[in-house]
Design a protein around this ligand. Structure first.
Ligand SMILES: [Zn+2]
Length: 157
């Protein structure tokens, strides 16, 4: 199992006092000296990070919500797994298939960076539906629902 509380805390630190939503992970990356580029990546790859060079590459043809999550995911690797080399993230790790602990941790970081728990609970309390929250946070409905499940929170569909 991964330490979700610790990872969420790191996401909070990296995000800083920023309270404007949606969070732009490219701006967050910049604050860490990390540059983000779009590129044509292999079909089974969603993103790559080169730690020493501080460069993230994401797939240029992905939807914006997917690109946003990919940048946040690669930042998760940067914060949690930086070994000075590089990392390539395979696709389709948001579901519970093909489980690599680093991928789960990076997804956890990304979800908490983009969708802070306090804000999610606030919106749920106001009666926001899943799609509305997804729009608010600039993520896909699938990513929103997945995060809600992880938080053990249910919302209107
Ligand atoms: Zn990854």
């Amino acid at each position: 199992m991964i330490d979700e509380i610790k990872i969420a805390k790191k996401a909070d630190e990296v995000r800083g006092a920023k309270i404007k939503f949606p969070i732009d992970p490219i701006v967050v990356a910049k604050s860490l000296g990390v540059q983000v580029f779009t590129a044509s990546l292999p079909r089974n790859v969603s993103g790559q990070i080169f730690y020493a060079e501080k460069k993230i590459f994401i797939e240029q043809t992905d939807f914006i919500t997917r690109q946003t999550f990919s940048v946040a995911h690669e930042l998760g690797h940067f914060i949690l797994h930086n070994d000075g080399t590089s990392h390539t993230s395979p696709r389709n790790t948001t579901t519970s298939q093909g489980i690599d602990i680093k991928e789960i941790e990076a997804n956890c970081f990304a979800a908490n960076l983009l969708m802070p728990k306090d804000e999610v609970l606030h919106l749920v309390g106001l009666g926001f539906a899943v799609d509305s929250m997804a729009n608010y946070f600039g993520v896909s409905s699938i990513a929103m629902q997945y995060h809600l499940n992880n938080l053990g929170v249910s919302a209107y569909v």
